[in-house]
Write a protein that binds this ligand. Structure first.
Ligand code: NAP
Length: 296
């Protein structure tokens, strides 16, 4: 058997077309352009490339977008003031602070300062709490993208045994919580694994859907899964350079071996990655729409 490839590139394209349409409608009916500010501190090449891609997508979709490039030695107070300014700016609906931040700045304090109604990354504790009780306003972008990949590929989530490898606050915990909700695109039985899990294979072998966010190349091999599993590989590992000088990437699963055993699998690159930025755009449109509905 050779697995169906779940293309994040194709699904992200489809969602972006839907967003483009919503942006046109928001402008025509309410005179609003979804506004996104991305704040970057320092010159970390990975952060610069992520923020550049986010800004490019925002512009392509017709957003009002602002990029703030701040120096590496910025003080916490100055960054808090900047967030305060955008919290009050009616043209801005989404605020994204690219992580990591330099040592002199307390990351938690910065994320907590963002107005939860503009927290399009979904990391503010108010939004994390709302997600937990099934009342999320914003889902964090990567888990949201994973759920959309599954739903739009017609994978049966309701009643499925889902095993998540990883318990980070940005991927493992939120996707586990989202898929366990009594809701559409959820209602699964979820097991969350981590380095304290005694027998990882015992769990992964039971999975109908296996979501891997471990940050380790080949953490999951063919002997660890059952025939017909659906695999979402979240991992992005840099394993050298291509002849063209680009970073060579691989995921967290042994793709070549697993595609012979799985029913469906996401590739790396071209799987979860393109979805993450797209869901940030969708969250920003949602934030803009809330400002309209809260005035009505
Ligand atoms: P993280 O914070 O490093 O968390 C990794 C998690 O995996 C931890 O909970 C860790 O357990 C667990 N783990 C590691 N090795 C394991 C093993 N051998 N067996 C069982 N559990 C194991 O990573 P993250 O931020 O969630 O990211 C995970 C991966 O996804 C990374 O490669 C990252 O680059 C990628 N990622 C991609 C996107 C995207 O848009 N494509 C977005 C976010 C992240 P402990 O808690 O016990 O340490």
């Amino acid at each position: 058997m050779s697995a169906r490839i779940i293309s994040g590139t194709a699904i992200a394209f489809q969602i972006r077309e839907e967003i483009r349409q919503e942006v046109i409608e928001l402008k025509a009916q309410h005179g609003i352009e979804p506004g996104l500010v991305t704040i970057i501190v320092g010159k970390n090449p990975a952060s610069i490339s992520y923020v550049t891609a986010k800004q490019k997508t925002a512009k392509e979709l017709g957003f009002y977008s602002v990029q703030e490039d701040m120096p590496e030695d910025i003080s916490e107070t100055a960054l808090l003031e900047m967030i305060g300014k955008y919290n009050k700016d009616p043209k801005i609906h989404g605020i994204l602070v690219q992580l990591p931040l330099p040592k002199q700045v307390n990351e938690t304090k910065i994320l907590y300062a963002i107005d939860p109604d503009k927290d399009v990354d979904g990391f503010h504790p108010v939004n994390v709490g709302k997600l937990m009780i099934g009342e999320a306003r914003f889902y964090p972008c990567t888990p949201y993208g994973i759920q959309q990949l599954l739903m739009r590929s017609n994978v049966q989530i309701d009643g499925a045994e889902v095993v998540v490898v990883g318990r980070s606050n940005i991927v493992g915990k939120p996707i586990s919580m989202m898929l366990a909700q009594k809701a559409k695109g959820a209602n699964a039985t979820v097991t969350m694994c981590h380095t304290g899990t005694r027998d990882l294979t015992f769990h992964t072998k039971r999975a109908d859907i296996l979501i891997v966010a471990a940050g380790r190349p080949k953490a999951i091999t063919a002997d660890m899964v059952k025939e017909g599993v659906v695999i979402i590989d979240v991992g992005v590992n840099r394993i050298g350079m291509t002849p063209e000088g680009k970073a060579k990437l691989c995921g967290d699963v042994d793709f070549e071996a697993l595609k012979e055993k799985a029913a469906a699998i996401t590739p790396v690159p071209g799987g979860v990655g393109p979805m993450t930025i797209t869901m940030l755009m969708l969250n920003t449109v949602k934030a803009a729409k809330y400002t309209v509905s809260s005035k009505q």
